[in-house]
Design a protein around this ligand. Structure first.
Ligand SMILES: C[C@H](O)[C@H](O)[C@H]1CNC2=NC(N)=NC(=O)C2=N1
Length: 115
């Protein structure tokens, strides 16, 4: 069984196989504030204002680039909704993979460091 600390130290790798529902259910409690939404996981991060919201986006960008795993980001005045899924699994139809949980845990760590 993996831990939050292990998850955020792992590196994304090419994925073909989606996680099972049981695997997703087991991994989700290791993350802070993330929810499953069909074939994605999402978390809403809140900030005092727009500059702080954009600073968060800039803080997570190098990790996203380094891991080559890119979330959908919805940026509003004082919120950023981060949505992760993996395009390559389920024969290209998309779904959840280890990469989504690795990056979600890494984003949680960056957010905590900045707080
Ligand atoms: C070739 C490259 O690794 C892939 O296209 C990456 C890029 N970023 C990605 N981001 C996300 N969210 N899912 C992917 O499957 C994905 N694949």
């Amino acid at each position: 069984m993996t831990s939050t600390a292990t998850l955020r130290e792992r590196q994304c790798t090419p994925q073909q196989d989606a996680l099972s529902d049981a695997q997703v259910t087991a991994l989700l409690p290791l993350l802070d504030g993330w929810q499953r939404d069909h074939q994605s996981i999402t978390r809403t991060f809140s900030f005092p204002d727009y500059v702080a919201t954009l600073a968060f986006v800039n803080a997570i960008a190098p990790m996203i680039h380094e891991q080559d795993h890119h979330p959908e980001l919805t940026v509003t005045y004082n919120r950023c909704v981060v949505r992760y899924n993996t395009h390559s699994v389920n024969d290209g139809k998309g779904g959840l993979s280890d990469n989504d949980f690795i990056c979600a845990a890494r984003i949680d760590a960056i957010y905590q460091q900045a707080a």
